[in-house]
Design a protein around this ligand. Structure first.
Ligand SMILES: C[S@@+](CC[C@H](N)C(=O)[O-])C[C@H]1O[C@@H](n2cnc3c(N)ncnc32)[C@H](O)[C@@H]1O
Length: 375
C-alpha cells in the first residue's frame, strides 16, 4: 500500500509538465489565462514588494523565488521578475540607497522546460541594465528543480516568494476516490467522500508548503500566492472553475460510450488539483501558524478573451488549446498518445458550444502573507 502510494506520488512529479518549447501549442505561447491573472495581480505583488523593501534595512543580496515558474518566459515569468526588480529599483532610489544585488530563484518540477527558461536569462539581464542603467546593481538567476511541497532553499534565505497559477496542483491524486466514477475532478455527481478526500489532500499539501516556506523565509519576509479557486464554500455546486473539467469529463465519457476509451480507464483518472475557497485558505494559514495573513483578494477571468480588459489586438487565444498545454502530459500518460488529438478536437467543440450559449469564467484567489517573527 505504502509502495503504491509512493509510486503514484512520484508519477505526478515526473509526469506533470506544461507543454514545452515555444511552438504554437506550447505553454509559452498559449498561457493566456495565466498571463491575465498575472496582469490583474501585478499591483498587489508590487505593492507588497515595496512595503517589504521599505521596512527592512537594505539587504546585501535580495532573494526572490518564483515557485511553479513554468516556461512561459517572456509574457509571464520574466515580466513578473522585471516588475519586482523595477519596484525595488525605484524604492531604493527614493530612499537614496546604492545599487542592489538580486538573487532570483526559479522553481518548478524537474520535468519543466528549464532550457527555454535559461535561454532567456542573458536577454533579460541585458534588458534590466538597458532600462534601469548600469548602477541598478546585479541580478543572478538560478533554476531550482523540485517540488514546492518539500524544502527547496536554505534556512532563512528568502525575502519574497511569489507563486501564480501553480499551488492548485496537489502533490498527488487524493486517496480513496475510487467511487468518483465517470468524473475526473470534484463534480456535482461526486460522492461526499470524494469531496472530503480532495480537501484532505489540499489541507496536507498546503500545510507542508507553508511549513517548508516558514523555514526558508526570513522574519518579516513576504509571500504573494495566487491559486485557481472558487468564491463560495460549496466545492461543486458553486464552483465555476470546475466547469472546464466537467466538460472534459463529458468528452471522455462520450468517448467511452463510442468505444474509444475503456470505462475502467476513465474511472481511474482523476486530476490532482484543488480549487479552494478564500475561507479554506484563511483557515489553513491560521492553523499552520507561521505566517500572518495580510490580504485575500478574489479575481474572476472570463473564458472569452473579448471580455478581457488587458487584451491587445494581436492576442490569439483559444481556451481549449490553452488547457491542452496544461493537462496534456497527464492525459497522455493515462490514456495514451494515440487519442489525444481526438480528445482535444472534441473538447474544443464542446468549449466553443458552451461559450456560444453562456458566459463562463474561472476564479482565482490571491493571498499575501508575512513570516511572523521567530521571537
Ligand atoms: C499553470 S503553470 C503556471 C506557470 C506560471 N507561474 C505562470 O503564471 O505562467 C503551473 C506550474 O506549476 C508547476 N507545479 C505544479 N506542481 C508543482 C510542485 N509541486 N512543485 C513545483 N512546481 C509545481 C507545474 O509544473 C507548472 O509549470
Amino acid at each position: 500500500m505504502e509502495r503504491e502510494r509512493m509510486v503514484r506520488k512520484t508519477e505526478i512529479v515526473q509526469v506533470l509538465r506544461m507543454k514545452e518549447g515555444t511552438g504554437d501549442t506550447s505553454f509559452a505561447k498559449t498561457a493566456y489565462m495565466a498571463r491575465q491573472i498575472l496582469l490583474m495581480t501585478k499591483s498587489i505583488r508590487e505593492k507588497v514588494m515595496k512595503e517589504l523593501y521599505y521596512c527592512m534595512e537594505q539587504p546585501k543580496i535580495l532573494c526572490i523565488a518564483d515557485l511553479g515558474c513554468s516556461s512561459s518566459v517572456e509574457n509571464n515569468l520574466m515580466s513578473v521578475v522585471y516588475g519586482l526588480i523595477d519596484t525595488i529599483d525605484k524604492a531604493r532610489r527614493e530612499l537614496g540607497h546604492g545599487p542592489q544585488e538580486y538573487q532570483i530563484y526559479l522553481n518548478d518540477l524537474p520535468g519543466n522546460d528549464f532550457n527555454t527558461v535559461f535561454s532567456s536569462v542573458t536577454r533579460f539581464k541585458d534588458n534590466l541594465k538597458e532600462k534601469m542603467g548600469d548602477d541598478f546593481g546585479d541580478c543572478f538567476v538560478n533554476g531550482v528543480p523540485g517540488s514546492f511541497y518539500g524544502r527547496l532553499f536554505p534556512t532563512n534565505s528568502l525575502h519574497f516568494v511569489h507563486s501564480s497559477s501553480s499551488l492548485y496542483w496537489l502533490s498527488q491524486v487524493p486517496e480513496g476516490i475510487e467511487d468518483n466514477k465517470r468524473n475526473i475532478y470534484m463534480a456535482k455527481t461526486s460522492p461526499p467522500k470524494v469531496l472530503k478526500a480532495y480537501y484532505d489532500q489540499f489541507k496536507k499539501d498546503i500545510w507542508m508548503f507553508l511549513h517548508c516556506r516558514s523555514k526558508e523565509v526570513v522574519d518579516g519576509g513576504k509571500m504573494v500566492l495566487t491559486l485557481l479557486g472558487r468564491q463560495n464554500s460549496d466545492p461543486c455546486y458553486s464552483n465555476r472553475t470546475g466547469y472546464m473539467w466537467e466538460l472534459l469529463a463529458t468528452v471522455l465519457d462520450n468517448m467511452v460510450v463510442e468505444g474509444y476509451i475503456e470505462e475502467e480507464k476513465l474511472n481511474t483518472f482523476n486530476l490532482p488539483i484543488y480549487t479552494s475557497s478564500p475561507s479554506e485558505l484563511e483557515f489553513l494559514v491560521h492553523s499552520e501558524g507561521s505566517f500572518a495573513l495580510d490580504q485575500v483578494h478574489a479575481s474572476e477571468i472570463s473564458w472569452d478573451a473579448n471580455d478581457h480588459k488587458n487584451r491587445s489586438s494581436c492576442d490569439q487565444y483559444d481556451f481549449a488549446i490553452c488547457l491542452r498545454a496544461v493537462v496534456e502530459s497527464l492525459i497522455v500518460s493515462h490514456f495514451g498518445e494515440e487519442i489525444i488529438d481526438e480528445i482535444f478536437k472534441r473538447y474544443r467543440e464542446i468549449i466553443c458550444a458552451s461559450m456560444a450559449e453562456e458566459k463562463n469564467s474561472v476564479d482565482y484567489i490571491t493571498i499575501s502573507l508575512t513570516r511572523k517573527s521567530r521571537g
